[in-house]
Design a protein around this ligand. Structure first.
Ligand code: KIV
Ligand code: ZN
Length: 497
């Protein structure tokens, strides 16, 4: 069995999703979970892009031991200087630098020529090499680049010292056989190719990211760039769990990863919860319905022999059917165990506080599931916000006009207002707008029940436009009116800091 390297870019390409940004503490939490998952490389950020990104790379470098920590740059010396500085505490470090290689990038983005781009590619690798031994070069938009020119670039950057060469299908355009052929072409036509590893980096614009990545691996790539749950800009990146489980399920391929698959589900839940990014129910491997057999024929088959309809044992990806149900009678130890399974370690003080909130929720809701636990664990983020909901009272029903009264605390000062509206949410938002006089328009408003049952938690995602910019808010509550107002406040807190 040979091995491929898993390069996780959840914290860089994945985190570019609008409204899903994490703070440094959350990024450290995800990085540590990725380390426990067994990834080989963590792309921790693009340090020159902001002081926050720089700081996250510094802190992740301190918090993580085994994986290589990678920082992204453009083919610009200043970027490389900053990346090298951000990696100073990393035990294993890599600079990921590169430039566009397709006609679209060379001509329109850079107004340049193939020769000039080749020179810049060589120069940036040599410059990065002054700081670190491990330099990865990305040929941006390689998916649409001419293969002969691409081979020339790959050969030149390896000669300049690149240890890994990334062949991104930046726009998600390639067909699986086309992407595989590209990798094979490079393997067969770049004479120093044995001195570097070829890496895949596929986007999912046409729903082919995983297929393209696997095709790349079958044709000689030995590193795959992926994100948890396939998150990323637009339609996202290749999903880590899909590639790992394809290789694990198809042993005949003869290639495996270092991933501890039993951690896949907890990491998926953690990333989804911290980024407020729901996983679609039918998502392969980690979706809520991925192992749910609803038709009678399937249920009958699975009960007789699981393998009649299941190619993966849910336990192998960390979905534990036998988990102890959390209810109002569960003790701290059961809650602590569940948090640990979900990759969350809390101090005793925080655990005690969380337990109180857990008991209050359990009074309102019979069974507490993983989403509830993750939501409670993330609640202290809301408590440090500038604007907080103190109380909300709404009267609504049939034949009456809904009325809401609201109490807010803004930087510690108390405000109250009341209003009526055409529904309870409308009334509550109108009351809130009497306190916060800003032009704000709701662009998206999504309410979802997490599981089933009238006592379930409702999750609310809201997109609020202010001064031409969209801000994203999220909340979860058994009261969906309260969750809607909290999500609205969460979005406002992003611009009224
Ligand atoms: O998609 C892409 O081309 C990238 C590069 C910056 C690696 O994310
Ligand atoms: Zn990308």
């Amino acid at each position: 069995m040979s091995r491929i390297f898993i390069f996780d870019t959840t914290l860089r390409d994945g985190e570019q999703v609008p409204g899903c940004q994490l703070n440094t503490i959350e990024k450290i939490q995800v990085a540590q979970a990725l380390e426990n998952l067994g990834v080989d490389v963590i792309e921790a950020g693009f340090p020159v892009s902001s002081p926050g990104d720089f700081n996250s790379v510094v802190e992740i470098s301190k918090a993580v031991t085994w994986p290589t920590i990678c920082a992204l740059t453009r083919a610009v010396e200043k970027d490389i200087d900053v990346a090298a500085d951000s990696l100073k505490y990393a035990k294993h470090k890599r600079i990921h630098t590169g430039i566009g290689t397709s006609p679209y990038h060379i001509q329109y983005k850079f107004n340049s020529t193939q020769e000039e781009i080749l020179e810049r590619a060589i120069a940036c690798v040599k410059y990065a090499k002054k700081y670190v031994e491990d330099v990865e070069f990305y040929c941006e938009d390689a998916g649409r680049a001419d293969n002969i020119y691409l081979a020339k670039v790959v050969e030149a950057v390896i000669k300049a010292g690149a240890t890994v060469v990334n062949i991104p299908d930046t726009t998600g355009y390639c067909l699986p056989h086309e992407y595989g052929d590209k990798i094979r072409f490079l393997k067969e036509n770049v004479k120093n190719i044995d001195k570097a590893i070829l890496s895949t980096h596929c986007h999912n614009d046409l729903g082919m990211a995983t297929a393209n990545t696997v095709s790349g691996v079958l044709n000689g790539a030995r590193q795959v760039e992926v994100t948890v749950n396939g998150i990323g800009e637009r339609a996202g990146n290749t999903s880590l769990e899909e590639v790992v489980m394809i290789l694990r399920s198809h042993k005949e391929i003869g290639i495996d990863t270092n991933i501890n698959t039993r951690n896949i589900y907890p990491v998926s839940r953690m990333v989804s919860s911290l980024m407020n990014m729901p996983v679609q129910p039918n998502k392969a491997i980690v979706g809520r319905n991925a192992f749910a057999h609803s038709s009678g024929i399937h249920q009958d088959g699975v009960l007789k022999n699981r393998e009649s309809y299941e190619i993966i044992d849910p336990n192998d990806v960390g979905i534990d059917d036998n988990t102890i149900a959390l209810t109002a009678r569960s003790g701290r130890a059961a809650l602590k165990h569940r948090l640990t399974v979900l990759g969350i370690e809390l101090t005793q003080e925080k655990l005690d506080k969380l337990y109180e909130e857990f008991l209050m929720l359990a009074d309102r809701k019979k069974d507490i599931n993983d989403d509830d636990v993750l939501m409670l664990a993330g609640k202290d983020r809301a408590e440090s916000q500038r604007i907080r909901l103190e109380y909300l009272q709404v009267t609504s029903g049939v034949g009456i006009r809904p009325v809401a009264s609201i109490g807010l605390s803004i930087a510690g000062e108390k405000f109250e207002a009341a209003a009526s509206g055409n529904g309870p949410v409308d009334a509550a938002i109108k009351a809130l707008k009497q306190i916060i006089h800003r032009r704000m328009t709701i662009r998206e408003f999504l309410i979802q029940a997490i599981n089933k049952g009238s006592d379930d938690m409702g999750k609310v995602h809201m997109q609020v436009e202010h001064d031409g910019v969209n801000y994203y808010g999220f909340s979860a509550n058994t009261d969906i009116i309260a969750a809607s107002v909290e999500a609205y406040i969460d979005a406002i807190n992003k611009f009224l800091k």
